[in-house]
Design a protein around this ligand. Structure first.
Ligand code: NAP
Length: 247
């Protein structure tokens, strides 16, 4: 995939999908900065990833919802490696509730982390990417942003917002050879989906044409492809990895 020596930032990479994405880049000998709010979890993940390839794995703690923290993370990467080639906006949370019971706090927390967090990180990498006239940004959205989901108005709005963000930034930055795409996973087996009661899980699987939940590596493989030169003519797209849920 010609990703050796590339400098990659994956937000929310201490576990789950972000960790799988970081592991795949590490296996291609890229330098990978992994971010999250819990430094000890990041250090543990970084130690495991370091064994996968020849690149450097850098754990960076910070809350993507805070513009200054996002800027500091990107600055630390540019100071160490002199550039950023790929940004993967993966950090995300859920705070589910039905609309009438959803608090302002639940709404704000999800929008601030998922949507504003992506905006903050994109803003921070744009200048270094524009300077070298190349770059790749991938936003991890969700089928829920396309289909909606009862009990997740905050999450669905944040993920739909990421799609509009992706397309607008793709248009703004295409002239500088910066590609911006979104990846929309369906239901992937991680901590985020582990809480599902057995009955809900069964119903969910019945609605997936391929008949099974996805794995973090299914998402990571697509992210790797979109980041590589093999995808050099692809920008502004939303690509689903969802077992056929949305077609
Ligand atoms: P996860 O297992 O809960 O992991 C989330 C990661 O994000 C963790 O590393 C977490 O670390 C980090 N994070 C959370 N809030 C953060 C913040 N404010 N600043 C920095 N890092 C933060 O979730 P996942 O299932 O892997 O999901 C990853 C992404 O895929 C999310 O954007 C999610 O919406 C999306 N997605 C997931 C599924 C699914 O079925 N799992 C489906 C569609 C889309 P800390 O808690 O230490 O900060």
């Amino acid at each position: 995939m010609s990703l050796s020596g590339k400098v990659v930032i994956v937000t929310g990479a201490s576990r789950g999908i972000g960790k799988a994405i970081a592991a795949m880049f590490a296996g291609e000998n890229a330098h990978v900065a992994i971010t999250g709010r819990n430094m000890s979890a990041l250090q543990e993940t970084a130690a495991g990833l370091s064994r996968l390839g020849e690149g450097t794995i850098v754990p960076l703690s910070g809350d993507v919802a805070q513009p200054a923290a996002a800027a500091d993370m990107v600055k630390a990467v540019v100071d160490q490696f002199g550039k950023v080639d790929v940004l993967v906006n993966n950090a995300g949370i859920t705070r589910d509730n039905v609309l009438l019971r959803m608090s302002e706090e639940q709404w704000d927390e999800v929008l601030d982390t998922n949507l504003k967090g992506a905006f903050n990180c994109i803003k921070a990498v744009t200048r270094p990417m524009m300077k070298k006239r190349s770059g790749c940004i991938i936003n991890i959205t969700s089928v829920v942003g396309q289909m909606g989901n009862a009990g997740q108005v905050n999450y669905a709005a944040s993920k739909a917002g990421m799609i509009g963000l992706t397309k607008s930034v793709a248009r703004e930055l295409a002239g500088r050879n910066i590609r911006v795409n979104a990846v929309a996973p369906g239901f992937i087996e991680t901590d985020m989906t582990a809480e599902l009661p057995e009955k809900a899980r069964e119903e969910l699987i019945n609605g997936i044409p391929l008949g099974t939940l996805g794995q973090p590596d299914d998402v990571a493989g697509l992210v790797l492809f979109l980041s590589s030169d093999k995808a050099k003519y692809i920008t502004g797209q939303v690509v689903n990895v969802d077992g056929g849920m949305v077609m």
